[in-house]
Design a protein around this ligand. Structure first.
Ligand SMILES: Nc1nc2c(c(=O)[nH]1)N[C@H]1C(S)=C(S)[C@@H](COP(=O)(O)OP(=O)(O)OC[C@H]3O[C@@H](n4cnc5c(=O)[nH]c(N)nc54)[C@H](O)[C@@H]3O)O[C@H]1N2
Ligand SMILES: Nc1nc2c(c(=O)[nH]1)N[C@H]1C(S)=C(S)[C@@H](COP(=O)(O)OP(=O)(O)OC[C@H]3O[C@@H](n4cnc5c(=O)[nH]c(N)nc54)[C@H](O)[C@@H]3O)O[C@H]1N2
Ligand code: SF4
Ligand SMILES: [Mo]
Length: 715
């Protein structure tokens, strides 16, 4: 409940909506309908009274002078930036009459909704991604841009994504932070890690780049990109070879440990050293340490699996703590995500059983190709984008922009700002910020639910996603009651349905959430060490080192390692092979492309840049601060060179998130990234990106080696 501080000011409880495991609890002070202070909840056990650097200036985003305040209709050519203001009535009438005509001619499958993680709210993200579109029979979207391979691998191996409590890291004696940069991407984990370090926990960071997280580690290992699967298999080789595994536990609680032992026999340290570039002795030592130090934890997130072999990499990482005897120990085991402590009831979210079957599913990573003819029968004739900025954040940006310029494509974008994507729309609809709508959030790095009250009225004529969808549904003539509910009615329905089969939600009602703001998921969960009872919610009831469900899909039931097709032929030992693997992970001051238009944050992140090792820079005649062109057969962009040994030779790093329209020549790093899919779950492969880099002053030469763009599904 909003609490009164003085006669005129209110403090309103909310939740940070961004795609971040910390899901902070916020307090907004409102006076005369205007938010005047945006702060962290000092009582929240994870937020602990502080917000990250990127969200601290949140009111600059909410009251940004560029906020879209009215519906707009395109009047010039696509992308020309010529608009006229229209009313909501006109906008809804035009959208639905265009949709009805498309449905009559092509069927509803010709309409594609595209959304991802602008907000992670249950209502404004999950419900809006399903109900209206299922009712309509529109194309489905495979939401695999972020962590689909790891999510699937962990569900297949453990049965659920249940991570330890952040505070339990203080019980760890050793933690491997593997291809993950929490100092930027889960900052509220860091105080727990620091306390653990002061108590003697050793921290090993495994990342080709010297990240903010790596700087404070006891040991930083820098394997070549996309060789982590081999490293984990090699560590398991050593653990089995040296008899450091717990055979009785493996026998009782896992499926296929002997098959896995046979598989990892193929990964002796010398072979793994040749693959990863790490010394064999270091691999052996790390393996022994991880198996003999109890408890020890392995924490990873999604960055490391955005490669062609991301599925198998995640499977290997998931198996390692089990083989090392760390699963079920407080302070040990796997820390990936807490998402499955509460999985919202799918039927209550979507009402799928009352709708026609989804006619087909389009992989979001293939958006550019899909708009340009990869998807036919029917072709995509209408696109509705919300909570996403694909023209900045989705791979193979050149193809997406070409697709968005199709004259016969009807595009609607619901946004807070005129983004790279919105500028190509036919109709732009103004969206509310988190301060202007109601929602329910759960963290994916912690075990709390958070209710978000609307703190202020919508700016201008902005509307929330769910409010717009209710208007669209009515204008389409859909009469179902679940397309008419208020946001709170939606939340209550989903809570009730989920509680009926998840005892951890007992006593958690809409009213309690509204009153308390932050509510821990069940008392039992608060202190739970995942899998301590040795039981796993998999088909076998055991931890599946060998996963027969994968075999049933024609996939390898055991983890293995193959290089991504994109750079399978890169000769790491041959100095004449000058191609660089470009990794584009999280920017410290943005969340994907969100927040990148807040001037304070853009200034902190600086000119769009690429980090390159001094050796690689010298070989190309590049000095620190030079303008360079980053290019391959898919496209190019222009960036500022940062010459640094934070990146090893053969690797370059440029953060995701810069908007094309704010960048030199309107291009960002996704002009070079590949839309090829990984080995599992249709996963994106942003970091399997082979590029050349040259001073911007020089023309592309014939000597520039362009990698062939790998076809979908083969990376
Ligand atoms: N500040 C900030 N926070 C964010 C985000 C953001 O954009 N900015 N994005 C949010 C989102 S959407 C997500 S999914 C999470 C992601 O959270 P993280 O996974 O922690 O972040 P990333 O930077 O994507 O990737 C982590 C690290 O993986 C490394 N990496 C890449 N390839 C390899 C490899 O082959 N091997 C190894 N060992 N390491 C590799 C990168 O160098 C990078 O440092 O963060 C969320 N939080
Ligand atoms: N090169 C490279 N690119 C990457 C990645 C990478 O590692 N490398 N990582 C990828 C990852 S992990 C992810 S998760 C994706 C994220 O990709 P997207 O989900 O497209 O995320 P953003 O780019 O932040 O765009 C979100 C948009 O939603 C808008 N928005 C916010 N709240 C609302 C709302 O309530 N309603 C509506 N209608 N709009 C709202 C914001 O203003 C913003 O423009 O990016 C991917 N892009
Ligand atoms: S982005 Fe993450 S750390 Fe920052 S305020 Fe939001 S939830 Fe907290
Ligand atoms: Mo993500």
């Amino acid at each position: 409940m909003p609490a009164t501080t003085d006669d005129r000011a209110l403090v309103v409880r909310g939740a940070c909506p961004h795609d971040c495991p910390d899901t902070c609890a916020t307090l907004t002070t409102v006076r005369d309908g205007r938010a005047i202070l945006f702060q962290a909840d000092p009582e929240h056990p994870i937020t602990q009274g502080w917000l990250c650097a990127k969200v601290r200036p949140y009111l600059d985003r909410v009251y940004h002078p560029d906020r879209l305040l009215y519906p707009l209709r395109r009047v010039g050519p696509k992308g020309s930036g010529q608009w006229e203001r229209i009313s909501w009535d006109e906008a809804i009438a035009e959208i639905t009459s265009r949709w009805k005509a498309i449905i009559a001619e092509y069927g509803a499958a010709a309409i594609l909704p595209y959304s991802y993680s602008g907000t992670l709210g249950l209502v404004q993200n999950s419900v809006t991604a399903t109900r209206l579109w299922y009712r309509m029979g529109a194309s489905g979207l495979e939401r695999s841009i972020c962590g689909a391979a790891a999510e699937t691998a962990i569900q297949m191996t453990y049965g659920a994504r249940w991570a330890p409590a952040m505070a339990d890291v203080e019980h760890s004696k050793l933690i491997l932070i593997w291809g993950h940069n929490p100092a930027s991407t889960s900052p509220h984990f860091m105080p727990f890690l620091r306390r653990a370090q002061r108590k003697g926990t050793r921290v090993v960071v495994i990342d080709p780049r010297r990240t903010r997280t790596a700087r404070s580690a006891d040991l930083h290992l820098r394997p070549r990109p996309a060789t982590d699967g081999a490293l984990a298999l090699g560590m398991m080789h050593v653990i089995f070879r040296d008899g450091l595994h717990d055979e009785a536990w493996l026998e009782a609680h896992t499926v296929g440990w002997r098959d896995l032992r046979d598989r990892v026999a193929e990964y002796p340290p010398e072979r793994v050293a040749a693959i990863t570039g790490l010394p064999a002795e270091q691999i052996i030592e790390l393996a022994r340490d991880f198996a003999t130090t109890k408890p020890a934890m392995l924490k990873f997130s999604d960055g490391v699996q955005r490669h062609g072999n991301g599925g198998q990499t995640s499977r290997a990482l998931a198996c390692l703590p089990a083989v090392a005897g760390q699963v079920g120990l407080r302070g040990g085991g796997l820390f990936y995500s807490t998402s499955d402590y509460v999985s919202w009831d799918g039927e209550a979210v979507s009402h799928a059983s009352e709708c026609p079957p989804v006619p087909r599913i389009v992989n979001m990573n293939r958006l550019g190709a899909a708009l340009q003819g990869e998807v036919t029968d029917p072709p995509i004739m209408a696109l509705y984008v919300f909570c996403a900025n694909p023209a900045a954040s989705t791979p193979d940006r050149g193809a997406i922009l070409a697709g968005l310029q199709r004259e016969d494509l009807f595009t609607v974008v619901h946004e807070l700002f005129m983004t790279d994507t919105a500028q190509y729309a036919d109709i732009v609809l103004p969206a509310t910020s988190q301060l202007e709508h109601v929602d329910l959030h759960k963290g994916y790095g912690h075990r709390f639910l958070q209710y978000n009250h609307a703190a202020i009225p919508p700016l201008g004529e902005a509307k929330s996603d769910w409010d717009v969808m209710r208007l669209l549904a009515a204008a389409m003539g859909y009469d179902e009651p679940w397309l008419k509910q208020s946001a709170d009615e939606v939340i209550a329905e989903i809570l009730d349905a989920t509680r009926a089969r998840n005892p951890w939600l007992e006593g958690i009602t809409l009213e309690r959430l509204q009153r308390e703001g932050t509510v821990p998921i069940g008392a039992e969960v608060a202190n739970l060490v995942p899998f301590a009872d040795g039981r796993f919610p998999t088909p076998s009831g055991k931890l599946e080192l060998r996963c027969d469900a994968l075999a049933a899909e024609g996939l390898d039931p055991l983890p293995d390692w193959t290089p991504p097709a994109e750079f399978a032929d890169r000769a790491w030992d041959d100095p004449s092979d000058r191609r660089l693997v470009l990794i584009s992970g999280a920017a410290h001051h943005f969340v994907s492309s969100s927040l990148a238009n807040v001037p304070k944050l853009a200034a902190l992140e600086g000119t769009p840049y690429v980090e390159i090792n001094p050796e690689d820079a010298a070989a190309r005649g590049i000095a620190d601060g030079d303008d360079v062109v980053v290019e391959n057969a898919r496209g190019w962009c222009r960036l500022r060179a940062v010459v640094t040994d934070d990146v090893p030779p053969g690797v370059a790093v440029s953060p995701k998130g810069f908007w094309g329209i704010h960048s030199p020549e309107g291009r960002n790093i996704n002009n070079t990234t590949s839309a090829a899919l990984a080995d599992l779950a249709g996963q994106s492969t942003f970091h399997s990106n082979l590029v050349e880099i040259r001073p911007a002053a020089t023309a592309a030469s014939d000597a520039t080696v362009h990698p062939a763009a790998a076809p979908a599904g083969e990376s």
